[in-house]
Design a protein around this ligand. Structure first.
Ligand code: KIV
Length: 272
């Protein structure tokens, strides 16, 4: 457990910048509800992402596309109420910022105003510059997201590693500079070769947080349900499972069912 991290009272975008300068790795996980957010905040996580992965792990959709702004606001509001230390970043969902910078700004404002979150995350590079600029001019911190951007899954057609080819790697590098120059405070890089992740983190002054982007970046992010082993059918190479909760929950529930059916629960001490 890092004592450096324990000293931080409240993680801000400035703290993350300082962490990059001092080569302290940034830890980031997703959360979508009050109870879990409270546990991971107390554990000392630096950044909590209210990701649009809520669409898949919470709502059971096949992709992140269907989740709405109102649903993201519901999840984010629940998380913010629990958090005392971490920086809370919220994904702008698909269809709320692409192609219309005014709509992007009003989506970001709704998130900040109605949830109390600290920043928003947005997928894409140069093509969404106008939206990012407009959001930033309202004083809302923006985290970028490049590489595998799940909201564009129908364009990619697959969840395989991105930017293996020279052209795509060059475009990603260029986009990362665009995002930094626009004023993003950090960038997430998803599922790209580790050498490219390292190069981006080395060239940029802002923190670069990876998910499947290797160890040369400034921090790591995982979807909580994946690292706790709640999700079962998803095992990409980059995922380290710290628990196998689906098995433990299954066994606890079977135990409970058995206790109810046999009359073992409740016992004398468990009733009034
Ligand atoms: O929505 C999400 O959980 C994300 C992470 C995978 C970075 O964007």
């Amino acid at each position: 457990m890092s004592t450096e991290s324990n000293k931080i009272v409240r993680v801000t975008t400035h703290v993350l910048q300082e962490m990059k300068l001092r080569r302290i790795k940034i830890s980031m996980l997703t959360a979508y509800d009050y109870s879990i957010a409270k546990i991971i905040d107390q554990a000392g996580i630096d950044v909590i992402l209210v990701g649009d992965s809520a669409a898949t792990v919470m709502a059971g959709y096949q992709s992140t596309l269907p989740i709405t702004l109102n649903e993201m606001i519901y999840h984010a509001g629940s998380v913010v109420k629990a958090v005392k230390r971490a920086l809370v970043v919220v994904d702008l969902p698909f269809g709320t910022y692409q192609g219309n910078s005014k709509e992007a700004l009003s989506s970001a404002i709704r998130i900040m105003k109605e949830t109390g979150a600290h920043a928003i995350k947005i997928e894409g590079g140069a093509e969404i510059s106008e939206s990012i600029t407009r959001i930033l001019t309202a004083g809302i911190p923006v985290m970028g997201h490049l590489g595998l951007t799940p909201q564009s899954i129908h364009k990619f057609g697959t969840y395989v590693v991105r930017a293996r080819e020279k052209d795509e790697a060059e475009k990603l590098l260029e986009d990362s500079h665009v995002l930094q120059n626009l004023g993003c405070f950090a960038i997430v890089l998803e599922k790209i070769p580790s050498a490219l992740g390292k190069q981006v983190a080395g060239e940029l002054k802002i923190p670069v947080v990876g998910i499947g982007a290797g160890s040369g970046v400034d921090g790591q992010v995982l979807v909580l349900h994946d690292m706790l082993g709640i999700t079962q059918d998803f095992s990409p190479r980059f995922l380290r499972r710290y628990l196998h909760l689906s098995e433990e929950i299954n066994s606890a529930v079977q135990h409970y069912i058995n206790d109810v059916k046999t009359g073992d629960f409740p016992n004398e001490k468990e009733q009034y």
